[in-house]
Structures are given as structure tokens and as C-alpha cells.
Write a protein that binds this ligand. Structure first.
Ligand SMILES: Cc1cc2nc3c(=O)[nH]c(=O)nc-3n(C[C@H](O)[C@H](O)[C@H](O)COP(=O)(O)OP(=O)(O)OC[C@H]3O[C@@H](n4cnc5c(N)ncnc54)[C@H](O)[C@@H]3O)c2cc1C
Length: 387
């Protein structure tokens, strides 16, 4: 079906930065109509939840399980925003256990993890609900329309309007475009979208705008961490050794242990159905390659279980895992930007009515939810002055 839809602002992507931007912009009095166009089935992006069809009743946060805020630059709007989320019970302080695992327990050195420093928070429900609740909090006049399973593959700037085309043939017209993901600016789009020119470059040819040239140039030097998350759906008889009651329990492996077993974090997630979900995070390149090359995925799952049981052997909290209901896998091709962050003065290009937000800017919280939120708050301020 072909459809033409006109918006004041269209946002490509429905991750947390997109939802924070929309919510904050509406709160500050924005009256226009906004479209959020998302390739996935739900909001949340990399901070989202697997609602498994084959394992109904389970909700496993398969990307970011929680988030941490440092705000050492004391950004007042970030501080106020987090306080509002706490006051409205959208988030809460994370009371969960954080247990560090060492190769040699007699010589524990504190593990430095960017994800578990400063103050940690969880969504009061699932991580996908976090983005949804943030948005709903201020979308009181239903100014936002959502388009899911809609992948934008082409963008065009014509007569001061952006025209976006999705893979399934939908067209959107908008006065202002916000890219909350950098996919359509990056060379990985060629492979993922099966196209032969980066969409933003195709829309604005080189030498038309210095800012666009600069952002494309810098962004294509940015690197990404690939991650896999393995989601274990345990059987109803699986429980902790102790009487642990909180919703989450995080285990961090130190470098030597990560090198040995290939897992970075193991996160236990108590379910409403009283079962325990376990999410194993890996960023180990050889292990990821091993997974892709392994033709016998059942055998690979047994390897996972062996490693899990070795890690928790003689541990006083976690029981041996003999059996499971299911194991599913999530592949994160670009789980986190690393290396170079994009300077925030490139966030808005007023000549072409286009702007950007997300965790890929050089802000405190680069590569984390904190950076995604901060970039969205900053963007709302920056573009308010354009109208
Ligand atoms: C496994 C994992 C663990 C993590 N752990 C932590 C953690 O513990 N703490 C922490 O702070 N951070 C963590 N992160 C990072 C955190 O999830 C991200 O920093 C944050 O979610 C980024 O939000 P965003 O809105 O910038 O981008 P995204 O969440 O990536 O949102 C962008 C959205 O745009 C959509 N999209 C892209 N291109 C198109 C297109 N052409 N058309 C339509 N839709 C499109 C994508 O589907 C995506 O939903 C983790 C990430 C992963 C993957």
C-alpha cells in the first residue's frame, strides 16, 4: 500500500533518544504533529525487551538491562528530567545485587564497567515500556503517530521538505527531519539496506553544506562494538541457591574471566510467571565468529551451558543449570559506538532542516543511555530556537 503522510517533524528511529526528544519537546509546548518511524515492532531500540511469541509470558530485556547516570558536568536539565521520571514512577533506583566475578577470588581488583558506575536506575516495568512511558508522559494531546516495522531506505530534500521512503513503499513528508539513529548516515547502511549510496549523502551531495559533509566524514570513522545476547528461558524448577528477592541480579566478569569464558555480563531477570530468565552478554569477537560459523546450534547451546556452569561452580548464589525451556539469540551488529564521538555542534543543520540525536555524540554518557538522553534534551533546546 502506498501512502503519503505529512508531518511537522518526522523522527527516524524509536529508541530512547527519539522518545525523550519527543516527550521533552511536547512538554516545552511544541504544537506540531510528530511521526516516529521505527524498523522494529516496538519502541526502545537497543534498550528494549524481547516479548517472545514462542515463549509467551516472558519479558527479557535483551539489550541494555538498566541504565546509569553520572552527570558529573551537572547538567540541570538532565538532573530535572531524571527526577521527573523518578517522581512519576517511570523509573526507580536499581536495588539489585551487582556481583563481581574474578579469575582468582583471592586477588579481586575492582572491575571498571562503564555500565555500572555512578547511580543505576531501572524501568519500573520493562525496558521497552521505559521509552513508551517517557513518551506517553507528555504526549497528552496525541500529537505523535507511530509507524512500526517501517524501515526508511531513501530520503530526499525537495522544495524545503524531506520525503522519506520506506522499504515497504510508504512515503512520509516532513518539514523537519530528526535522525535518532545514524544508520542512514553510515556506510554500514549500504550492506544493511542493500543500496549503493549512503542515504543522507544521496540526498545532500558533497559541497552543499559543510556541516553535513563534516558529520558524514566523522561518523564514518566511528567504530561499533558487536554484541550477542543469549536469552535462557529456564524451567519452572530453576531457582537461586539463596533467598534473593529483587527483580534483577547482575554478575560482572573481570577481564581474565571474560577472556576465559567469553562473557562480559550475566544478568538474571525474575519473571512475573516466577521463572528466572538469564541473559548472557558477549562482545568477544572470536566467540561471535564461532557462533556464526557453527552449523550445529544445539551443540553451541550446550557449550553455553557448560561455560555457565563452570563460571558458577562453587558459587553460593547460583544453581547449576541442567536443563532449560529455550535459548534464543539476539544479534547486535552495532551495540555501541566506540572511539570517536560526534561533536555536539553538528547536531543541527538549519540550512536543510535536519537534526540528529543518540548515544553517538561526544557527550557525557557516549555509547550509553545517559548520552542518548542528554543528546535528546539538548536537541530539543537547540531546535526550539529555530521556530
Ligand atoms: C546488549 C546491549 C547492552 C547494553 N547495555 C547498556 C547498559 O547497561 N547501560 C547503558 O547505559 N547502555 C547500554 N547499552 C547501550 C544503550 O542501549 C544505547 O546507548 C541506547 O539504547 C541508545 O539509544 P538511541 O536512542 O541512541 O539508539 P537506538 O536505541 O539504537 O534507537 C535507534 C532506533 O532507530 C531504528 N532505526 C535505525 N535506522 C532506521 C531506519 N532507517 N528506519 C527505521 N528505523 C530505524 C532502530 O531500529 C532503533 O530502534 C547496551 C546496548 C546493547 C545492545
Amino acid at each position: 500500500m502506498i501512502n503519503d503522510t505529512f508531518y511537522d517533524i518526522a523522527i527516524i528511529g524509536g529508541g530512547i533518544s527519539s522518545c525523550v526528544f519527543s516527550s521533552f519537546h511536547l512538554k516545552n509546548g511544541y504544537q506540531g504533529r510528530i511521526a516516529i518511524i521505527e524498523n522494529g515492532r516496538n519502541l526502545g531500540g537497543r534498550a528494549s525487551t524481547r516479548n517472545s511469541i514462542s515463549n509467551s509470558g516472558w519479558q527479557l530485556n535483551h539489550g541494555s538491562p538498566n541504565f546509569n547516570i553520572c552527570n558529573s558536568n551537572n547538567n540541570q536539565s538532565l538532573k530535572t528530567f531524571i527526577q521527573e521520571l523518578l517522581d512519576s514512577k517511570i523509573i526507580q533506583s536499581d536495588p539489585s545485587d551487582l556481583i563481581e566475578l574474578y579469575e582468582d577470588p583471592r586477588d579481586p581488583k575492582k572491575i571498571i564497567s562503564d555500565f555500572h558506575k555512578c547511580k543505576n536506575y531501572t524501568s519500573s516495568s520493562s525496558m521497552s515500556d521505559l521509552s513508551k512511558n517517557i513518551l506517553n508522559h507528555n504526549n497528552l494531546k496525541n500529537q505523535v503517530d507511530f509507524f512500526f516495522q517501517t524501515l526508511i531506505v531513501k530520503i530526499k530534500y525537495e522544495n524545503n521538505l524531506w520525503i522519506l521512503t520506506s522499504k515497504n513503499g510508504y512515503k512520509f513528508m516532513t518539514k523537519f527531519l530528526v535522525c535518532s539513529s545514524n544508520l542512514i548516515l553510515h556506510k554500514r547502511s549500504l550492506d544493511i539496506l542493500k543500496i549503493n549510496q549512503i542515504p543522507l549523502r544521496a540526498a545532500i551531495p558533497i559541497n552543499n553544506d559543510k556541516k553535513i559533509d563534516k558529520i558524514l566524514n566523522l561518523l564514518n570513522k566511528q567504530e561499533y562494538v558487536q554484541r550477542l545476547t543469549f536469552l535462557i528461558y529456564t524451567k519452572s524448577n530453576y531457582c537461586y541457591k539463596d533467598n534473593y528477592k529483587n527483580r534483577f541480579r547482575y554478575f560482572l566478569l573481570n577481564n581474565l574471566l571474560e577472556e576465559k569464558f567469553k562473557f562480559e555480563r550475566i544478568i538474571f531477570q525474575q519473571q512475573i510467571n516466577n521463572k528466572i530468565g538469564i541473559v548472557l552478554h558477549t562482545r568477544n569477537k572470536e566467540f561471535i565468529t564461532e557462533y556464526f560459523q557453527c552449523n550445529n546450534k544445539k551443540k553451541f547451546k550446550n557449550i553455553l551451558l557448560d561455560k555457565f556452569n563452570q563460571i558458577f561452580d562453587k558459587n553460593s548464589y547460583i544453581n547449576k543449570l541442567i536443563d532449560y525451556q529455550d535459548i534464543s539469540i539476539m544479534i547486535w551488529r552495532a551495540s555501541q559506538p566506540s572511539g570517536l564521538g560526534i561533536p555536539e555542534n553538528l547536531q543541527v543543520c538549519d540550512k536543510y532542516n535536519i537534526a540528529f540525536c543518540g548515544d553517538w555524540f561526544d557527550l557525557e554518557g557516549f555509547g550509553r543511555i545517559e548520552g542518548a538522553i542528554l543528546s535528546a534534551l539538548k536537541l530539543s533546546y537547540k531546535i526550539s530556537s529555530l521556530y
